[in-house]
Design a protein around this ligand. Structure first.
Ligand code: 1HN
Length: 350
């Protein structure tokens, strides 16, 4: 291109600008890439590095004042945007003995994976679920929720929310409950008894888009994985991987965040694979390594790590390990976008 052509084009672009118009040909290559070109980077937060700082926040601000006392896990490629991946938010929340995180509701969907401590609770639409390490709890869009800690030690969990998705769609609504804690209207375990025992009410309505079972205790999950270890096929990439499911339709437990638990058997050497859903992993048990492109994360219990869209990854363990994970796969599947590829890869890798 000659200097004269460039000058003519720039002059032309300047005249488009006041009309809020711009030439597509200058940006097309960045908008429609041959494969995912994410700013999201692989990252790992080791719990031993994070824990002391997280507990220090307990001296700085109360759960009541903070509303939620959380350290946001910001993806290094997306600093300042409160995102762990392009489409999802994650944070580590601390609640101290006797504290209450006040009741509220919002259109954003949330999940919790309990990382440390016992005996805190989340109340969801009038029912309390007590937390134990490894428990998975959901607060679907629009449900009232508050947390409390009735134990004598700190309790920490990983929060995952679909905040960037709701922001993309400009569909955020939120409100505070008139009191600090919502009234308990159903006994503990009511939702699990009604929907989570392989039984369903005969007159059940089809339900909303999220699972009516909102707590998935680790003891049951672990027992299932133990039995599957002896009987299930071990996937070359994922080990024994299960999704948390909505008992009403067998779909994912949440409409915007897919959630998984996987057992990597002793001596597992995973094959490399890549998928279009950037995935956040939290280590429930065990130790291992995950390669993501050129990076290798060595992880242990309570660590959190993230693998971006389309980055090849491979898990390895010496002894058995259990990983919780979440991603936007459910959204991508609904839109016909989700892809996975296993080695050997067809095209260039990220
Ligand atoms: C929220 O409601 C919780 O309920 C945690 O524990 C983290 C981050 C952003 C917006 C709402 C919770 C949150 C959140």
């Amino acid at each position: 291109m000659t200097g004269a052509t460039a000058a003519r084009r720039n002059d032309y672009y300047r005249r488009l600008d006041p009309l809020s118009m711009a030439p597509l040909w200058e940006v097309l290559g960045d908008l429609v890439t041959p494969s995912p070109a994410s700013r999201c980077r692989p990252a790992c937060w080791r719990y031993e590095d994070v824990r002391t700082l997280l507990l220090e926040s307990g001296d700085l601000i109360s759960a009541r004042e903070a509303e939620r006392r959380v350290l946001v896990l910001e993806n290094p490629g997306l600093r300042g945007e409160s995102r762990v991946t392009t489409s999802l938010y994650a944070g580590l929340q601390l609640i101290l003995p006797g504290e209450v995180a006040p009741a509220h509701r919002h259109t954003q969907t949330a999940l919790r994976f309990v990382v440390e401590g016992e005996g805190a609770y989340t109340a969801v639409d009038g029912e309390k679920a007590v937390m134990h390490e490894g428990d998975f709890i959901i607060t679907p869009s629009g449900t009232w929720h508050d947390h409390g800690n009735e134990s004598d030690g700190p309790v920490v969990w990983l929060d995952g929310l679909d905040i960037p998705i709701v922001t993309l769609l400009d569909a955020s609504f939120a409100e505070r409950y008139p009191e600090e804690a919502q009234a308990t209207t159903r006994p503990r375990g009511a939702a699990a008894a009604r929907y989570g025992c392989g039984l369903l009410p005969v007159e059940a309505s089809s339900g909303g888009p999220a699972s009516p079972v909102f707590s998935f205790p680790y003891a049951r999950t672990r027992e299932a994985l133990d039995r599957l270890r002896a009987s299930a096929a071990v996937d070359a990439c994922h080990g024994i991987r299960m999704k948390y499911a909505n008992p009403l339709d067998g779909g994912y437990a949440l409409p915007t965040i897919a959630t998984f638990i996987q057992l990597l058997p002793r001596g597992f050497r995973g094959a490399a694979h890549r998928s279009t859903d950037a995935t956040v992993f939290c280590v429930a048990e065990g130790e291992g390594r995950t390669e993501a492109g050129e990076e290798t994360f060595t992880w242990g219990p309570r660590d959190t790590f993230v693998i971006p869209s389309w980055w090849p990854r491979r898990h390895e363990v010496e002894e058995e390990a259990v990983l919780f994970s979440f991603s936007d796969r459910v959204v991508q599947e609904a839109l016909g976008l989700w892809r996975e590829e296993r080695e050997p890869f067809a095209g260039a890798t990220a």
